[in-house]
Design a binder for this molecule. Structure first.
Ligand SMILES: [Zn+2]
Length: 265
């Protein structure tokens, strides 16, 4: 029954502009709308791809763009891209700065360079009074430290996979934590325990499509419509009803990104 009448949900982190959705993006969007995904927050990852995110989001009322420089694409980033990002943000009025952050997992990670670009994007988010969309892999401690020194206390860490203690510190700094397909796997015991315990007003739902497919879609291309599975999985882990989890996470996303929507739940 739930699948036929899902409450309104927001995909807080989805790469709807990705090349892998190119041939059937229209259908992917229709499927998401049928699943009652009422908004998608679409972060860009490099200077080269800002125009693609802009073009895809401009055509659809329920897609909201963000612009940033992702730490996994450092070979593409140039120092001048920060100045261009400022111009782009001022002109395009995105809902957030990002995707940016730190990734110490990738081979040959240049930590100093990553930190330089992340720090510049924290400063831009603060200057433009926008939330920041953070990617943090094997780098949550440095992300927390850099948020503190930036003085920017509005944003989210997507696909959060740190400790309970780190989660609490981020929430105390005013940040929200977003969870996706990873929590749907039974073997993700520590992550599932964490999602069960965090305050509801700090939670967001995401697919990170076309990557990070959930347990019901392993090996498949991920899609925003599959957010339903993330929501149901998180709802089963928590004390609140599935409806309350949907309503709260939708409200959290609307407030964080200041989306021009009223939560209909
Ligand atoms: Zn992403």
């Amino acid at each position: 029954m739930l699948r036929q009448h899902p409450p309104p949900l927001i995909d807080s982190h989805v790469h709807t502009d990705d090349e892998r959705l190119k041939n059937d993006r229209h259908q992917v969007l229709e499927d998401a709308r049928r699943a009652n995904i009422v908004a998608q927050v679409v972060p860009a990852i490099s200077h080269r791809l800002w125009p693609r995110v802009q073009a895809v989001c401009a055509q659809q009322d329920d897609l909201y763009a963000c612009y940033g420089l992702h730490p996994c694409f450092h070979d593409e980033h140039e120092t001048s891209h920060i100045d261009e990002l400022a111009v782009w943000i001022g002109r395009e009025k995105p809902v957030a700065v990002g995707e940016c952050g730190l990734d110490y997992f990738i081979a040959g990670a240049d930590k100093a360079r990553q930190q330089h670009l992340f720090s510049a994007q924290l400063a831009l988010a603060r200057e433009f009074d926008l939330p920041i969309v953070i990617h943090a892999r094997k780098a949550v401690e440095d992300v927390i430290r850099m948020i503190r020194s930036s003085g920017h206390y509005r944003g989210m860490v997507h696909s959060f996979n740190g400790s309970k203690q780190q989660a609490t510190r981020l929430i105390d700094l005013g940040y929200k934590l977003s969870f996706g397909g990873a929590v749907t796997f039974d073997r993700a015991k520590r992550l599932r325990e964490l999602v069960a315990q965090l305050p509801l007003d700090a939670l967001l739902l995401e697919t990170d499509a076309p990557d990070q497919a959930d347990a019901n879609h392993t090996g498949q291309r991920n899609e925003p419509a599959f957010l339903i599975d993330v929501w149901q999985s998180i709802s089963q882990l928590r004390a609140e009803s599935a409806h309350d989890v949907a309503s709260a996470t939708t409200t959290n996303a609307i407030e964080l990104f200041r989306l021009p929507l009223v939560n209909p739940a």
